[in-house]
Design a protein around this ligand. Structure first.
Ligand SMILES: [Zn+2]
Length: 676
């Protein structure tokens, strides 16, 4: 099930845990980790290493994780908090139908590994038998359409979200689908690592097929057909860079016109079966549906059946017995580098957070989000907004007409902090302690129903796209909103008692980052009401684009693993947000009492502490497999460049750490990028 794509901070993709250091045990009186620094590195040569080098050297990634840093440490802490909550509610007899009963029994059913082992592959067999019985692609699509309402989304699927050009109304959106590897490049790149990943897909699929009763020879053949078919589907896909263009990926049409685009799909039959009743739809990537339609007719039905059976097994493998979980893990670790599967309770807590959403969210915030924290955050966000407004008004490259519109957009930001103002209803969800698989299906059906109910209705702007415990934040262009879940409002990002330098370098920068997303290369194409309309004077738009192009060039120059480099186009929006966020947070900090003083704490001036706090929130060590995957698909730059990249463009950093032309981080003044 898709949600609005969060333009979040740092994707904490692969789980993994294995705590080694308790964040809260850092020197809280000083609020930054002085022992983590590497004073042998000159701050003006490599600030990321100066601020984090000691920690980087001594930190090993827990086996269950693909990376370890500020985000994952908090993530790990949150899993423990959620586990405690779930253990508590599971241990008591709860009133039937209450939140506590649903949360507790869901968790308990996931922890009942004896029952899960006992049923083995049985929960899959009925649907797999239906796939086996299919004779042609029309029957296959009928089967998929029926499964959609059960939460089994496959080749043809949609989600419901705000219409980019009529943001007050919901519309069904059909995104490209049908590949298992992270993006189309994995199917064709000739290097040995990519080839090994493709082989891994075939091996995984063959294993699943034998585990569900297919003889070995037939299973191998099906797995090879699967890869061949996905390779053809991938050819019809857009690249991650192409997906960043909001105009190209908005293709509103009458629902009846889907038949012109993809004539081999019997839309008249499958749309009602999926519960889709809208007159208009948005086809994100028309090339995908057209390609799918052509391939349905040209590729053998056996290949399609292999594909759909694989998807069904793979999507549910983590809910099944150990053998399935391990097979799923062995596949994904090729791209994450994780050394071992997370402990059972961690997997179940993760699944609980992702499935139980507001049920668990309510229990979490009641215990872990004090009202004072929200008040402090309200003030911080307001201060950042004031600082951003002043920056816009001072820009030397933008005309007054565009400035006025930019400020109007900034002033319209919807600000969400902590948790939703209203909780969703889960009365239709049935949970019982004895059936993990069925519990997940019940919540899956609920999520689809909730989504289908939005069709044809106005957008509900109180909705959230992340659970309250999430260690992340996002900007959503169609809502024109910035959202900070309770999970990120913790140290080292934020602490009630930290000095302003640390809080502005941490959560202040995060707030500024999300605000700048409203004005990055994508966000700038949406107006104050969240509609995709051009509000820019032509000359200003050109200057903005030129500055973005310079930034693409800078980041393309950042190397990884000797032979690879950051993709400046893929990461442009995030890099703009990182630079803007830093600048806005700095200005807001300079408006505080501490920002105007020179009083040292722990040997550092307030200005130095601001930059140290900033650099430490991004510290991370990452496995090479995961770092390589991220270069291909993650719109965020690697951590060291999220710190050093913006700083090389930021004049106050030069002044604070005396950066000269003899230092590695030096750029000539005219080469420094200044945008927001
Ligand atoms: Zn971002």
């Amino acid at each position: 099930m898709r949600k609005l794509a969060p333009l979040g901070l740092a994707a904490v993709t692969a789980l993994a845990i294995g705590c080694q250091e308790h964040v809260a045990s850092l020197q809280q009186t000083n609020f930054f980790d002085r022992a983590a620094m590497d004073s042998a590195t000159a701050p003006a040569d490599d600030f990321f290493s100066y601020a984090n080098g000691g920690w980087l050297k001594k930190t090993t990634i827990p086996d269950e994780y693909s990376s370890w840093g500020s985000f994952t440490t908090l993530y790990d802490e949150n899993l423990k908090k959620l586990r405690t909550l779930l253990d508590e509610v599971a241990a008591k007899q709860q009133e039937k139908g209450s939140l506590e009963q649903k949360a507790g029994e869901f968790y308990a059913s996931g922890m009942d590994t004896v029952a899960i082992e006992k049923v083995g592959a049985a929960p899959l067999q009925a649907h797999l038998a239906q796939i086996t019985a299919v004779k042609n692609y029309n029957e296959l699509l009928d089967l998929l359409a029926a499964g959609f309402r059960d939460g089994n989304a496959d080749l043809v699927q949609f989600y419901v979200g705000a219409d980019d050009k009529n943001s007050a109304m919901n519309i069904p959106v059909f995104p490209q689908q049908g590949i298992t590897l992270p993006e189309k490049g994995y199917y064709t790149r000739p290097d040995s690592a990519s080839k090994a990943i493709r082989d891994g897909l075939v091996k995984t699929a063959a294993k699943y097929f034998t585990m569900t009763g297919t003889p070995q020879d037939a299973a191998t053949k099906m797995a090879e057909q699967l890869l061949a078919l996905e390779t053809k589907i991938a050819a019809a896909h857009r690249t991650p860079v192409e997906l960043r263009d909001p105009v190209a990926n908005y293709n509103k049409m009458a629902a009846t016109d889907l038949a012109k685009l993809a004539p081999n799909v019997d839309w008249k039959k499958i749309l009602p079966a999926m519960g889709m009743s809208a007159d208009s739809v948005n086809v994100g990537q028309p090339g995908y549906l057209k390609g799918l339609s052509d391939l349905l007719a040209s590729e053998p039905i056996e290949a399609w059946k292999a594909k759909v059976a694989f998807d069904y097994i793979h999507d549910h493998a983590e809910l099944l017995s150990k053998e399935f979980q391990v097979t799923h893990f062995e596949f994904s670790r090729q791209m994450s580098g994780q050394k071992q599967m997370p402990e059972r309770w961690k997997q179940v807590v993760e699944q609980s957070d992702s499935r139980l959403q507001d049920i668990l969210g309510q229990l979490y915030v009641a215990k872990h989000f004090p009202p004072e924290a929200k008040l402090r955050m309200d003030t911080l966000v307001d201060n950042l907004q004031v600082a951003f407004k002043a920056r816009i008004e001072k820009l030397d490259w933008m005309s007054p007409v565009t400035k006025e519109k930019a400020v109007a957009k900034l002033n319209t930001f919807l600000k969400k902090i902590g948790y939703p103002s209203k909780w969703k209803n889960y009365d239709d969800v049935t949970i019982d302690r004895s059936n993990w698989f069925a519990n997940n299906q019940s919540l899956g059906r609920h999520a689809v129903k909730e989504m289908l109910d939005k069709i044809g209705k106005p957008v509900d702007r109180t909705e959230w796209g992340m659970t309250p415990s999430t260690v992340n934040a996002y900007y959503n262009p169609t809502f024109n909103e910035i959202v900070f879940p309770a999970g990120i409002l913790q140290f080292p990002f934020f602490h009630m008692n930290a000095d302003d330098a640390i809080n502005y370098g941490g959560i202040g920068m995060v707030i500024g980052h999300e605000m700048t997303h409203g004005f990055d290369d994508q966000g700038a194409q949406y107006d104050a009401q969240g509609n995709m309309v051009n509000w820019w004077q032509a000359d200003d738009a050109k200057k903005f684009k030129d500055r973005g192009a310079a930034m693409i060039g800078q980041y393309n120059g950042f190397k990884m693993f000797d032979s690879l480099h950051v993709n400046g186009e893929l990461t442009l929006g995030e890099n703009l947000a990182d630079l803007g966020g830093l600048a806005i947070a700095w200005d807001a900090f300079k408006m505080t009492k501490q920002g105007k003083s020179n009083e040292k704490i722990d040997g550092f001036t307030p200005d130095q502490r601001f930059f140290l706090g900033f650099a430490q929130i991004w510290r991370v060590v990452i496995r090479p497999e995961s770092a390589k995957t991220r270069l291909n698909v993650d719109p965020h730059s690697p951590a060291q460049y999220r710190v050093n990249g913006p700083l090389t463009n930021f004049d106050p950093f030069y002044a604070t750490f005396h950066v000269t032309e003899n230092n590695k981080m030096f750029r000539k003044s005219e080469e420094r990028i200044r945008i927001w």
